[in-house]
Design a protein around this ligand. Structure first.
Ligand code: PLP
Length: 368
């Protein structure tokens, strides 16, 4: 029996180990640890990758979301519309700055928030929309921006799972008022620790995010706003500069693996991920659907195959969200999706033979 992990960080590290070790050693030799040369260079390089004027490196994707919301002027008592089908941090970032997360329904194909449902949730208190580019595919940004423009709302992309994803030939992070990225170590662009970034073409948003991430400092002894300790560590910035050079290659490989899954799993009862015609998915996650999810998961695990569920419980039903009054049944599609989704292993180093073994194990499950 094989042993195929859900993610394999060691396999990703081995081929770039000497470059990473050199980059870390250089940081330690220089001891320039606070918003130093690597952080500044990474900001320029990541902005150029996303096709935006500014990238501001921060400590995590959650901080990126918080700072982008604050910089867009969202405050205590405001409402922000987002998807209940996301990692909890999307709604948490809204709640942490005192605003209320308002959930809208999702598109059954891309799993991103549905622009029509978003429009129905707008009230006088709404200040922003956070579309989440789930699993590595962009939300319908033209439709979301058009809803936002009609009501004077900011659009903050949650691109934490979608580094390099394209929407009509434009990269994620360049499609709204600001884009938010996570460099959590399992992401397509992952640090070897925590990290995040806000991207934007808006000079004023960029300026405010820089303030919020560093205690509102304008100079050594001056603080103009109450901010946070939300800086990106210089060692992580050095790691990210190395890994950013490989990101396109990693994404190409992920797309090839997804295409191979598509061929090998065609004609099974599984619902496979679908790519919208005007988008390029970067397959942070390869998520299939079946009402027999729990039994399939058990079968694959018994065959030595690691799996994940992203995510098992919708955000609107989390205990931490109870204060906002959402009930089971309010988003039936999201609730059904959460019961049926299963994430299969996908990472650039996944061997073709392993992918074939996974597909064969799935076929065997349905043939029984
Ligand atoms: C969709 C989404 N939003 C936000 C986050 C939060 O990012 P971080 O873990 O870097 O704070 C994540 C990361 O897991 C994510 O997947």
């Amino acid at each position: 029996m094989k042993n195929i992990p859900f993610v394999d960080l060691k396999a990703g590290f081995a081929p770039i180990k000497s470059e990473i070790m050199r980059a870390i050693e250089e940081v330690l030799d220089n001891m320039n640890l606070n918003l130093g040369p690597n952080c500044q260079a990474f900001e320029r390089e990541f902005a150029s990758f996303c096709g935006v004027k500014h990238a501001i490196a921060v400590g995590s994707g959650t901080e990126a979301l918080q700072f982008a919301l604050l910089a867009a002027g969202v405050k205590d008592g405001d409402e922000v519309i987002t998807s209940p089908h996301t990692f909890f941090a999307t709604a948490e970032a809204i709640a942490c700055i005192g605003a209320a997360p308002v959930f809208a329904d999702i598109d059954p194909v891309t799993y991103a928030v549905d622009p029509l449902s978003v429009e129905k949730k707008i009230t006088a208190k709404t200040k922003a929309i956070i579309p989440v580019h789930m699993y590595g595919q962009c939300a319908d940004m033209a439709a979301i921006n058009s809803v936002a423009d009609g009501h004077g709302l900011a659009v903050i992309e949650d691109a934490c799972q979608a580094h390099g994803a394209l929407y009509k030939d434009q990269r994620s992070g360049s499609l709204g008022s600001a884009g938010c990225f996570s460099f959590y170590f399992t992401k397509n662009l992952g640090a070897y620790g925590e990290g995040g970034a806000v991207t934007t073409n808006d000079d004023a948003i960029a300026e405010r995010v820089r303030l919020y991430r560093n205690h509102g400092h304008t100079s050594k002894y001056e603080h103009v706003v109450v901010g946070y300790n939300g800086r990106l560590d210089e060692i992580q910035a050095a790691v990210l500069r190395v890994r950013l050079r490989y990101l396109h290659e990693y994404n190409v490989k992920r797309r090839e693996l997804a295409a191979a899954y598509g061929r090998l799993l065609a004609n099974t009862p599984l619902q496979l991920p679908a790519e919208a015609a005007d988008r390029k998915h970067v397959y942070h996650l390869y998520v299939v659907r079946t009402p027999e999810r729990d039994r399939l998961l058990e079968h694959l695990n018994a065959q030595g195959i690691g799996t994940g569920i992203h995510y098992k419980n919708p955000v609107h039903l989390q205990k931490a969200m109870a204060g906002y009054g959402y009930k089971r049944g309010e988003f039936p599609l999201v609730e059904k999706v959460c019961d049926e989704i299963l994430s299969l292993p996908i990472y650039p180093e996944l061997a073709e033979a392993d992918l074939i073994y996974i597909a064969d194990s799935i076929r065997e499950f349905f043939d029984r």
